[in-house]
Ligand binder design. Sequence first.
Ligand code: AMP
Ligand code: MG
Ligand code: MG
Length: 309
Amino acid sequence: MAQSAALLTRILATSVSATVQAGKIIRDVLNKGGLNIVEKGKNDLQTEADRCAQRCIITSLSNQFPNITIIGEEEPSTCEVPSEWIITEADQEVLQVKLPSHLEDVNPKDVCVWVDPLDGTAEYTQGLVEHVTVLVGVAIGKRAIGGVIHQPYYKNDENSTYIENGRTLWGIDGVGFGGFVPKLPPEGKRIITTTRSHSDSIVQSAIKSLNPDEVARVGGAGHKIILLLEGKAHAYVFASRGCKRWDTCAPEAVLYAIGGVLTDLHGERYSYNRETTYANTRGVLATAPGQSHQWYLSRIPDEVKQKLQ
Ligand code: AMP
Ligand code: MG
Ligand code: MG
């Protein structure tokens, strides 16, 4: 790898390659069957694919970047990591990215990487494979700066077959993005995306307050942000404490890279430094570029906001 590239671009470029490998693992586990599902908590599943994909990503990153902090969703497991799962290459397009001077010389101590090896596990176990993403977010200090969203199962259009190796979307806030063509959502209507498997009456009342024309209930934080990136939804609204930092770090960075916004339901941004807590207890509101984030915030009822303190 070009050692001359900056730390941030090297981490992100390695993450792109690692998520592609994680995507292969996710497809392999499903093809072979034997998901070995473990229930971590209420409505919170883990499969062999979550465990193995996390080992692949974290081992690959920590071998190359021993001085940064890496936090993964899953507890360390004893799942075998064959040597071919360990990534030593890095994506060439990302390595070429030219950073502004304040991002060029980052102290590894200030870097915290958040890994969700398989976002949308509930949907994965139900065969809704297009909802699945692999998320690697790179924070510098408190901010989500770089993000990789890999989709192991992706079709160009509804009739085609899945493209080999899926697709990988990436972005660096204030710098650039790749792997997708951003599109604005349609004017004159409001499409809200939200959870399909973690809903309750508060989640519902937040959606209702926004008076949507359509509600897209899909799995995974990564997949919902992809809907915003591609103009298929105007906002992602989740009035619940259920999301964690590894769900939002990568999506937040990619969304900001194209001019979108992601905050809690009080309008504050989450912190992603290594000392922060994991749960996004104040909910999630993400809006596509061109939307008034403030309008969405102002419509969320106070009762909902009070439940998410
Ligand atoms: P969803 O929108 O339901 O697909 O959730 C997005 C992400 O947040 C996924 O990684 C979910 O596993 C996680 N999540 C949301 N709600 C909960 C919950 N109540 N318990 C555990 N994880 C949750
Ligand atoms: Mg997740
Ligand atoms: Mg996960």
